[in-house]
Design a protein around this ligand. Sequence first.
Ligand code: NAD
Ligand code: DAU
Length: 328
Amino acid sequence: MNRLLVTGGAGFIGANFVQNAVRTSRVTVLDALTYAGDRRNLETVADDIEFVHGDIGDAELVDRLVKQSDTVVHFAAESHVDNSLGDPAPFIRTNVVGTFNILEAVRRYDVRLHHISTDEVFGALSLDTESRFTEETRYDPSSPYSATKASSDHLVRAWSRSYGIAATISNCANNYGPYQHVEKLIPRHITSVLTGVRPKVYGTGANVREWTHVDDHNAAVQLILQNGRLGDTYLIGSGQERSNKQVTEAILRLLGQAADAYDQVADRPGHDLRYATDSAKLRTELGWIPQYDDFESGLAQTITWYRDHEPWWAAAKQTTEARYARRS
Ligand code: NAD
Ligand code: DAU
């Protein structure tokens, strides 16, 4: 059985990945359990995995765990743009230096690496074109978060070209689904409405994101692990573009509220207008077909999950909203 090391496996996307990966691989999770990591996300597979509570900044620990693995899937990151605007330092440490530690270890032991990244590295598209990011789009990150993810992508490419490490990269659009931290748009809005608070939309709400279900993201990662070309990058995106206003109205409607029962608040500094990916390479070369091709029904399922898992998010909701309030 393939020995898989999953960094950040107690976070949103990583935990969803691990829950499926245990069927085919022996999985070790390395996670620092920051505010975003939660052991409960791995409860259903606790007996099937080795869990290591540790930091990818710890080069010796990373060395030991990579040495005993065949493949590393690297999800661990500081992932929230708003946090990066408040305090960029942990983003440099984890996203840049942490990735460097992983790269040095996979180089030493000739271990296969898949690096998880984001479409935010390409910056923003304008609202009045149909254009989409491709694997050839120039990097142009706007936030400290996306700049550190861009840095990590450049490091992976350089280690691949200069040292010949066996690596692939994927850049995915916005994810949604179960276990997403309540700081992010969709779970923040759902849990606000469920607790009687009006959702807060940054600026006009015209900004557009492309919503990809977490299971479709992880299915793409599995395809890349199996058949991806070493040294290559793959863009992942469902094609389901929605403005923040449309997403907010859909959540309110699905929860039985008036579609305009939200507040517009101060805009995010450097707020990217639109993200959209062209995932033709992944679809044609690796046969990826997103299963959640209807965003509104995926959103309805996600709402049901949050409605059914209030004990999972209640405490984090309080601390997250207190953090947002301190910033405004
Ligand atoms: P998340 O914030 O929910 O989870 C991150 C996980 O990494 C947490 O479990 C946290 O404890 C862990 N972690 C953080 N710093 C660490 C460190 N120094 N050492 C070890 N573990 C550490 O993030 P997510 O939304 O699941 O994102 C996972 C990856 O996917 C990230 O690389 C992110 O950039 C990328 N991504 C996210 C999205 C999205 O929409 N959420 C889209 C595209 C790409
Ligand atoms: O595109 C991929 C990226 O998607 C990932 O790399 C990031 O890790 C992930 O966090 C996400 O980044 P965004 O900044 O797009 O996601 P967020 O959920 O923070 O915000 C989505 C949009 O909603 C964005 O335009 C800002 C807006 N927003 C967000 C919040 C939390 C609001 O209008 N109100 C809010 O309360």
